[in-house]
Design a protein around this ligand. Structure first.
Ligand SMILES: [Fe+2]
Length: 135
C-alpha cells in the first residue's frame, strides 16, 4: 500500500500550517493502511470523519491566515477547500462499498491532501515569499 511521504517540497514555511499538514498526512496514511475494508468499515468511517473534521478546522485556520496577509488568491482557494470538504462528505455518505471506497482512497487522498498542498497551498507560499512575508 502506497503511503503518503512528507518531503521538503511539502513545506510551506509557516510552522503551524506545516504541522497541520503533517497531521493530515498521518490521518491519510492511517486510511491507506487499512488492509481489510470489508471488516474495517467502522475504522474507515471513523478515520474519514476525523479527516473531514480536521480538514475543516485546518482550512478555516489557513483561510484566516491568508486573509490576514491579504492573499489575492483567497476566494479561489476557499472554493477549492469547499470542494474538498464536499468530496469527503460524499465519500462518507455515498453508497460505495467499503472495498470500492478503499480502492479509490489513494486517488482521493492524493487530491484532497497531497496535490492540494503541493499545488494550491504552494501558490500561497510562493506569493508570500515573493512579497517577503516569509523568507
Ligand atoms: Fe489550502
Amino acid at each position: 500500500m502506497r503511503r503518503m511521504v512528507w518531503t521538503a517540497a511539502c513545506r510551506m514555511g509557516f510552522e503551524e500550517i506545516d504541522s497541520q499538514h503533517r497531521l493530515l498526512f498521518a490521518i491519510s496514511n492511517e486510511l491507506l493502511e487499512i488492509s481489510n475494508p470489508k471488516s474495517q468499515e467502522p475504522e474507515i468511517k471513523y478515520l474519514l470523519r476525523h479527516l473531514r473534521d480536521y480538514v475543516e478546522k485546518h482550512f478555516s485556520y489557513e483561510e484566516k491566515f491568508m486573509e490576514e496577509k491579504k492573499f489575492p488568491g483567497l476566494s479561489d482557494h476557499k472554493q477549492k477547500h469547499q470542494k474538498i470538504v464536499a468530496e469527503i462528505n460524499n465519500a462518507l455518505t455515498g453508497s460505495a462499498s467499503m472495498s470500492a471506497l478503499k480502492e479509490s482512497l489513494e486517488t482521493l487522498l492524493d487530491g484532497w491532501v497531497q496535490s492540494h498542498i503541493l499545488v494550491e497551498d504552494k501558490k500561497y507560499a510562493d506569493w508570500a515569499k515573493f512579497h517577503k512575508i516569509i523568507d
